[in-house]
Design a protein around this ligand. Structure first.
Ligand code: SAH
Length: 360
């Protein structure tokens, strides 16, 4: 017997093609194929048995030939601010985290693209666990699918590739996952509501820019000079700032710069003026991120007042700036903190009356 075909690792159009062939070969009515595709992503069924619009015999025949795998939820933690963190186990035992962030009618899902990360940014916890493996396209998209399978289901409106891993180092899977996330027969999330965040891996930026959809690009800048950036982000040796910025200029949509505020490291007035010049040269929008200290014990965050004056300096230099709010701090769900507790770093957290911990 041949291994079942994983329908979730195909784009919806490819899945439709495979199912069409199957229905034709087995003498089933052609409309059955589209019926199954609808229940992969749009109105996801947990398994074939749940596809109750199909005759029982077809459901079990499909289950022999095809697969629609789940991500196993091993833990769920809810923050006082409504942010919720999910720990998923993949079929080979790898574990990844996904964070759901509700805000004024939107629900942003922060998803992982790799188990671990090879990049070793100095302030990021994921880098410390090393690189385990790339996620398959379905494992990326299924993080969103699992939200629709919750009871009650959660509708994701925005997706950011800001969980574990570097999406541009796993481009072929991310490319396919973007199609699944965006296509109307897939998860149907508008391209402008999907942001890919990268340290500046050039081939990935070029590939994202070549896609016709309006997917958004965020670049983790974090330092306005090569000298400092090399210290914080070893990848700067391979992809220096000038090259990353030149590529950002060619990107045909507005780019966001991410800049994590590291006390006494990258938060001086001269950094603000250097950063402003870089941002103006690419018409970039700057997102200032407070450091989440779980990521790196040797750094301290810039104090809030100093962050505000840094932001003001950028604004006065003609740059659009946003201060990112820190979310999910009490459950270590913030950027760069994912899997921190499981690595045994920092002080173990005591559950308190404000933070509810549900282990699924
Ligand atoms: N590898 C990609 C996407 C994952 S990280 C990238 O680096 O862009 C998403 C964002 O969180 C990046 O901007 C990253 O630099 C930032 N980040 C990492 N560790 C952090 C920390 N401890 N505090 C705040 N932001 C952090």
């Amino acid at each position: 017997m041949t291994a079942p075909i994983n329908l979730l690792d195909l784009t919806p159009a490819e899945a439709l093609g495979r199912l069409d062939d199957y229905m034709t070969a087995t003498g089933e009515p052609a409309y059955r194929a589209a019926q199954v595709v609808r229940e992969l992503w749009e109105k996801p069924a947990a398994d074939f048995a749940e596809m109750t619009a199909l005759p029982l015999s077809l459901r079990s025949a499909l289950a022999d030939r095809f697969a629609i795998p789940r991500l196993e939820t091993i833990a769920r933690q809810l923050s006082t601010d409504g942010t919720e963190k999910f720990l998923f186990r993949l079929p080979d035992g790898q574990e990844i985290e996904t964070v759901a962030i509700p805000e004024s009618g939107r629900l942003t899902l922060c998803i992982s693209s790799q188990a671990g990360c090879a990049l070793q940014c100095a302030f990021c916890a994921t880098g410390r666990m090393g690189f385990q493996r790339n996620l398959a396209a379905w494992e990326i998209a299924a993080q969103v699918r699992e939200m629709a399978l919750l009871d009650p289901p959660t509708r994701v409106t925005n997706v950011v590739f800001m969980g574990m891993g570097e999406p541009m180092m796993n481009w072929s899977a991310v490319d396919r996952a973007l199609t699944i996330l965006n296509s109307p027969e897939g998860l149907g999330i508008g391209a402008r509501h999907i942001t890919v965040s990268t340290v500046g891996v050039l081939p990935g930026i070029i590939a994202l820019g070549a896609r016709p959809e309006q997917f958004r690009l965020a670049i983790s800048i974090h330092a306005p000079s090569d000298e400092l950036r090399r210290e914080l982000m070893p990848v700067n040796v391979k992809y220096p700032l000038a090259d990353v910025l030149a590529q950002a200029k060619l990107f045909d949509r507005r780019v966001t710069f991410e800049y994590v505020m590291l006390g006494g490291v990258n938060d001086a007035p001269e950094h603000a003026s250097q950063l402003a010049a870089l941002a103006r040269s690419c018409r970039a929008f700057v997102n200032l991120i407070p450091l989440h200290e779980g990521g790196a014990l040797e750094f301290t965050g810039t104090p809030p007042q100093r962050i505000s004056s840094f932001a003001r300096a950028l604004r006065e230099a003609g740059v659009e700036v946003a201060l990112r709010k820190s979310r999910g701090r009490d459950i270590a769900a913030a950027c760069g903190q994912l899997r921190v507790e499981r690595l045994g770093r920092g002080v173990p957290r005591r559950p308190d009356q404000h933070s509810e911990v549900n282990v699924a």
